[in-house]
Design a protein around this ligand. Sequence first.
Ligand code: FEO
Length: 397
Amino acid sequence: MSNVELVKGVYWVGAIDWDIPPSSGYTGTSYNAYLIVDEKVTLVDGVKHSHRAELFENIKKIIDPEKIDYFIVNHVEPDHSSAMIEIMETIKPEKVICSDMGMKTIIEHYHREDWPYEVVKSGSEISLGARTVQFIETRMLHWPDSMFSFLKEDGILFSNDAFGQHLATTERFDDEYDLQKALDGAKHFYATNLTLLSPLIRKLLKSLEAMDLDVKLIAPDHGVIWRSHKEAILDAYGTWSRSECEPEVLVVYDTKWKSTELMAKAIAQGVEKGGAPVCLMSVKQYHRAAILQKLLTASTLVLGSPTINNSMIPSIGAFLMTLKGLKPKKKIGATFGSYGWGGEAVRHMNDWFDDMKITRINDGLRIKYIPDEAQIEECVRFGEDIAKATLELGEGA
Ligand code: FEO
């Protein structure tokens, strides 16, 4: 895709990756890099190594890459920096502008202490000529090196991963794209990358508000640029970072011989009967990223696994491992599963819930081998109880 002018003299020069393996949980993304043409021509961020040719082609349509003076590196994760050696060899910039941790992280990745680093801190400014860039460190959001760059005169906040979406699209602005899909993409990104960092994001949003920047565009390093719906994405980040949930039940399960699946469906039926919104997601059908996206704003997790070798089915173990790392807050839940003799899966899942501080509604439901009619009814009642606990959360809000 060719470059796009954001405002006069400021261009998107990134690359679109249409070909992400499904195992990643998303099918495409973009690596957004930006070029500011001023007295000091400045490149903001790079692209993944596989997409460097697109970056250079896009720059060449505007200016000879050797004329670039400054290279701002907001974040060193390889999807933005793995073309750095080729970029540096081509543009030979006067300055590589990054945070202190950015410089250390670049050296730890590319082992080049000789590059012309200029370390900036929150509040530092650099003049490009007619324009000024102000820097805002966003340490641990989501790497220690991360920072934002704010192009003051044009009101463009280059926000690296923050507010981004893994979407492959030729539309570059939120108002050219389906807003709900853009917000869903941002939610997916937040749920899978940023949930753990929610307390820091709350602080960052507050400090951005206090800075009272005149932001006209929020230009992340993935997906569409926020131009007409900045409030929508900022509000969404506010909601997600405060762990605000809707009263909604998410039944997540895997099954060996379909007994746990029978239980899952009967439980979902009971939740529906109890009047709460419910969504049934098998880990065989849905990538864990899609489940995490849904769970970000759902209050209640009901997790099902059969007992296998005195433990959970491995797919549910992997899901719990991912969830534990993200430390979701303010969730309630319950567990269930079919078993043959020991029935340990429910106990293990309960232990994981307790460890993650997911408030358990009950001690779980275990059913031996294949549920009969009466046991299916028991699952429905179990679902009704979960619906009741879920709806009570809404009343308490
Ligand atoms: Fe898009 Fe943290 O890299």
